[in-house]
Design a protein around this ligand. Structure first.
Ligand SMILES: O=c1[nH]c(=O)c2[nH]c(=O)[nH]c2[nH]1
Length: 301
């Protein structure tokens, strides 16, 4: 005998672009990729081929387009909540909706020293990601994140004093290159419903701006003793800046740059303080992660 232990279904990779036109000719654009996954009394569609309980994935896609036309799609936390609440309130047998939105960058061009009214550029692969879950009778939980933000500092980073034993080969360093692709996430307190999300809308862009600024400024300014300590300091500051955020998480690959010994060629000095030419490594990489919560909150170490 078998039983269905997990069931969610929906539409992934729904690409969406929306333009807002001001009367003065200035236009604002947003491009995103949306995923919706529904849960509820849908078991019979799997076990008995009962499609009557299926809100077709195509219907979900059409819903995304229509609600995007009828509502603001920024900030993404709001649009994800609008979609989530729509699915759990419209269909009696759908009890939870998981909505993921990836916002792609279209940064306004500067032309002749002025912001251009309708031209934009993709300045990097960084995305703003939101995952919202609307559960019938249990409100809306939201996680926001920055992903794919590539940073490097050419000095101002050290790594010494680490545990040494017979397996250790890595020398201590007081001056190294530090590079990573930032994934930083922050988890909001649970919202009672769409109304509460709407009433707190300005908090979402502010938290994203603060998290991005804190990440970049801490990375640049701090004399980093380790990735671990640097990410903890970033997390603490985000918690302080966003009172409605309950947890901050970072996942940082340590993208290594190896020194190259060139002394075999006419005694060229290219190591230690003479190092100038390095070999960037694509793999393997360190991977350092943490979640930081407020004291007295739930810790899961
Ligand atoms: O900041 C670092 N943390 C580590 O845990 C580690 N391990 C390593 O080899 N290099 C580094 N750097």
């Amino acid at each position: 005998m078998s039983q269905l232990s997990y069931a969610r279904y929906g539409k992934d990779n729904v690409r969406l672009y929306k333009v807002q036109r001001e009367a003065n000719g200035v236009q604002h654009v947003t491009e995103m990729t949306v995923c919706t996954l529904l849960e509820g009394d849908i078991e019979t569609s799997y076990t008995e081929a009962d499609n009557s309980v299926v809100v077709a994935t195509d219907t979900q896609k059409q819903t995304i387009y229509i609600l995007a036309k009828q509502n603001p799609i920024t900030p993404p936390e709001l649009f994800a909540s609008i979609l989530g609440e729509h699915f759990v309130t419209t269909y009696k047998h759908i009890h939870a909706a998981h909505v993921k939105i990836i916002v792609h960058r279209w940064t306004r061009m500067e032309v002749d020293g002025k912001p251009h009214p309708h031209s934009f550029m993709r300045d990097g692969v960084e995305t703003r990601v939101v995952e919202a879950v609307a559960r019938e009778g249990q409100g809306i939980s939201i996680k926001s994140a920055i992903k794919g933000l590539l940073v490097l500092k050419s000095t101002g980073s050290a790594f010494y004093g680490f545990h040494r034993d017979e397996f250790t080969r890595l020398p201590e360093t007081w001056d190294r290159i530090l590079s990573t692709e930032v994934e930083a996430g922050w988890e909001w307190k649970t919202f009672s419903g769409l109304q509460q999300v709407k009433s707190e809308v300005p908090k979402f862009d502010k938290a994203w701006e603060d998290a991005r600024k804190i990440t970049l400024e801490t990375f640049a300014k701090e004399e980093s003793p380790s990735v671990q300590n640097t990410m903890y300091k970033m997390s603490e500051q985000i918690l302080a800046a966003a009172p409605d955020v309950e947890a901050v998480s970072y996942s940082l690959p340590n993208k290594h740059y190896f020194e190259i010994d060139l002394s075999w060629y006419k005694g060229l000095k290219n190591t230690g303080k003479d190092a100038e030419v390095y070999a960037p490594q694509s793999d393997p990489n360190g991977l350092i992660q943490c979640t930081v919560t407020r004291k007295g909150g739930k810790a899961k170490l």
